[in-house]
Design a protein around this ligand. Sequence first.
Ligand SMILES: [Fe+2]
Length: 404
Amino acid sequence: MIKHVPCQELKVGMYVHDLGVDWSAHPFMRSQFRLESEHDIQTILACGIRTVAIDTELGLDAPHAQTDEELQRQLDKEMLAVAQAKPIVVQQVSLQEEIGRARNLRGQATRLVKNVMRDARLGHAIRLEEVEPMVTALTESMLRNPGALIGLSHIKNKDEYTFLHSVSVGTLMIAFTLSAGFDIQTVHQAGLGGLLHDTGKALVPDEILNKPGRLTDEEFTIIKRHPMDGFELLRQSEGIDEIPLDITLHHHERIDGSGYPHRLTADNISTLARMAAIVDVYDAITADRCYHKGMPPTEALRKIFEWSKTHLDPDLVKAFTRCIGIYPVGTLVLLESGRLGIVVEHHPDSLLQPKLKVFYDTQKRHYLTPQIVDLSRPMGRGGADAITGHEKAEKWGIDLAKFN
Ligand SMILES: [Fe+2]
């Protein structure tokens, strides 16, 4: 029987039926052969090949791999979905109009992720029919006004961290794939992958997951199982797509090979998994945890830029920065006039001149009646002004949640 095996699951003794690439793209003498050594597998991985067709009658079987028939059926289903897909038509609205809806949606999504993880812990399969409508609702909110959900993604409650983080990663994956121009089906699957990417953490004991302070080597080894555990849990769900499986399994891989579980290098990590790695790290370092205070979004972006020199994809880091802006929605900024404002909306062509809600005077040290100022329109209300940099809310004793 012909089966399609992801390259990371290849084993010595399997018989390669088709490498799926042109003869010039691999160094093997034949295109059909038995895998004789680990070296053969490493050579296939080094060619950037992701999936190989094996013949289970001539070599070892891969019990969980997709058969040729299953693959054809899946492709037919995907093609049908493309043909039947209705474009999402939503009317863009102001932040004010969207923020309430976005806040409710974020609450519902958090409860949903909590239930998914409780079910996973009890050994129940993930019910995609409950998760998929949530991804659609998040996407629609993002299309109505991206600032609402993105702004809220910086607000975290320490006790609910794991669930809120999953919702933020799902939300940011939707924003990132939309801004990078992916088709709506891929955006949907990437959002689903983001929402479910840490499902494997359901199997990590709470005392390790929420441990304040440094993890021991043994505890870190247990944490590092979550991508594989999540992948196994998701794989049991009827109708799960390749993309959420890939994001779940590979969001901790790093392009320099320093990640886990498979220590893959750049060419062997899909674009969406590399995007998920960026979003996952960005959201994790902006969050307040029981043992450290989260970084302001602008500092977190700077950190991500620094890491793009080593283990995060540099081109995708640039694309992510364009997506959320140097001063992402929700960032507190200081203006040349001495006023403080919170970024509420971006103009894609002028990321340094967003729309702000201005509400504090640092010179007179008092609150102002909140006013919307569009820095790209210096002649409008508020006059010409410019951002000098981001500010920490604690410095001025401000609770940002009140102004989101
Ligand atoms: Fe993770």
